[in-house]
Design a protein around this ligand. Structure first.
Ligand SMILES: *Cc1c(COP(=O)(O)O)cnc(C)c1O
Length: 410
């Protein structure tokens, strides 16, 4: 008899974006003429830049020749891309990495979800709350999170980030966490972490022998030069942190698929006997067993982001989205809404007025202004009473949505 992994049955089947789609569809059935604008889902809308598409065309043509054909590539990625990453993403920030510490992947979701496989099932995980749901759900799948009630898992340490603490999570009190997920710039709140605050986390991890899983998928959106782009800008992080990066939001690769993970050779975890096991070797073993690499074409596309033209073009698109974020912040604040984020990230996190729940505001906005936002509570209990707006739309749609919100709010 084939038995199910019962932990999958514990997953909460309210996948946020499916719930939103259901409600939006119900609205559309009742109001077939309404033109709904979504400032909801976190996908990009602007096309790939010319430097990237040219590199892809070139790679496709190479693949059509005997000499240029590429079959299985190295599981850890091609050296041309790993070298470009070293030279452009880390060296200019004073971070020296070995090329073997870089693992090219097919996007940060896979690796942020899969990395927990290397860890014993009864590690105690901590997350800032609200958070990207992948971190918790991937741990639920192997039975690490306990039982679910009232929007919380019994065996997860939730570290609230909200207006009351200025979106600066406190270090865990009581039982120390073994594994900490941090995401900065943050999805969903759009807030960032200072070097000083990040140093507190690195010191906590070093002191408690904890592992930090640092998701920097939005680092390209940082505008303030004082904000760290990588956790390795903090001394000691090489001993306790793994970092995830993605080209999805950086360069519109959500449909191309490419990213990378940094696993420094110094990061290790313990056996019960106290032996230290380097995660770099384990991750290499895991990838070689379960992953056959990201496509040659995608990796050539990613390499093109680091050319002078690529850099300029990618920066222009990020500037385009950040213009939306700026307009959203200004308009919503002008209307009297309390808003956060949006300055170093493509998300604006808004407190709902009059203590409305996230979902009631979502419905009111949908029916009143025909605009879709994302209910904050979908990202965790501390997201209740907030909604997220994304800056990933076109200027036209974003401005039109804001105009409607203006009229509706009056
Ligand atoms: C979008 C996103 C990612 C990137 O996912 P990909 O698999 O690279 O497309 C990773 N982390 C967070 C928090 C995100 O919002």
């Amino acid at each position: 008899m084939a038995l199910v992994n019962i932990h999958f049955l514990n997953l909460q089947n309210n996948y946020l974006f499916a719930d939103i789609a259901k409600k939006v569809n119900a609205f559309k059935v009742m109001h077939p003429k309404a033109d709904v604008i979504s400032l909801g889902i976190g996908d990009v809308t602007q096309p790939l830049c010319p430097a990237v598409t040219e590199a892809m065309h070139k790679a496709v043509n190479e693949m059509a020749t005997i000499g240029g054909f590429h079959g299985y590539g190295p599981e850890q990625g091609y050296d041309f891309l790993r070298e470009a990453i070293l030279k452009n993403d880390f060296l200019p920030r004073g971070i020296h990495l070995d090329i073997d510490e870089i693992f090219i992947n097919d996007g940060a979701k896979s690796d942020t979800g899969n990395f927990q496989e290397l860890l014993h099932w009864d590690n105690f995980i901590g997350v800032t709350d609200p958070i990207y749901p992948v971190y918790i759900d991937s741990n639920v799948m192997i039975g690490r999170c306990g039982t679910y009630s009232d929007g919380r898992w019994s065996n997860v340490c939730y570290l609230p980030t909200k207006a009351e603490n200025g979106f600066v999570p406190e270090l865990p009190k009581g039982r120390p966490v073994d594994v900490i997920y941090l995401c900065y710039p943050n999805n969903p709140t759009g807030t960032v972490i200072t070097k000083q605050e990040l140093r507190k986390w690195v010191n906590y991890a070093l002191k408690n022998d904890a592992l930090i899983l640092y998701d920097a998928a939005y680092q390209a959106y940082i505008q303030d030069p004082k904000i760290p782009h990588s956790i390795y800008e903090i001394r000691g992080a090489r001993k306790c942190a793994v970092e995830f990066r993605s080209y999805s939001k950086t360069a519109g690769f959500t449909g191309v698929r490419c990213g990378y993970t940094i696993v420094p050779k110094e990061v290790s975890v313990a056996t019960f006997e106290g032996e230290r096991i380097p995660l770099n070797q384990l991750w290499l073993r895991r990838q070689c067993t379960k992953f056959n690499g990201c496509s040659y074409i995608s990796q050539r596309a990613a390499e093109a982001i680091y050319t002078p033209e690529g850099k300029e073009q990618v920066k222009a698109t990020i500037g385009y989205y950040m213009q939306n974020a700026k307009t959203m912040l200004e308009t919503l604040r002008h209307l009297g809404y309390e808003c956060y984020g949006g300055e170093n990230a493509p998300y604006v996190w808004m407190k709902t007025p009059d203590g409305m729940s996230s979902w009631s505001f979502f419905e009111a906005l949908l029916y009143g202004a025909n605009v879709v936002c994302t209910p904050g509570v979908g990202f965790g209990p501390s997201g209740e009473g907030y909604v997220r707006f994304t800056a990933f739309g076109s200027h036209e749609k974003t401005n039109e949505a804001l105009e409607r919100i203006k009229n509706w709010s009056r």
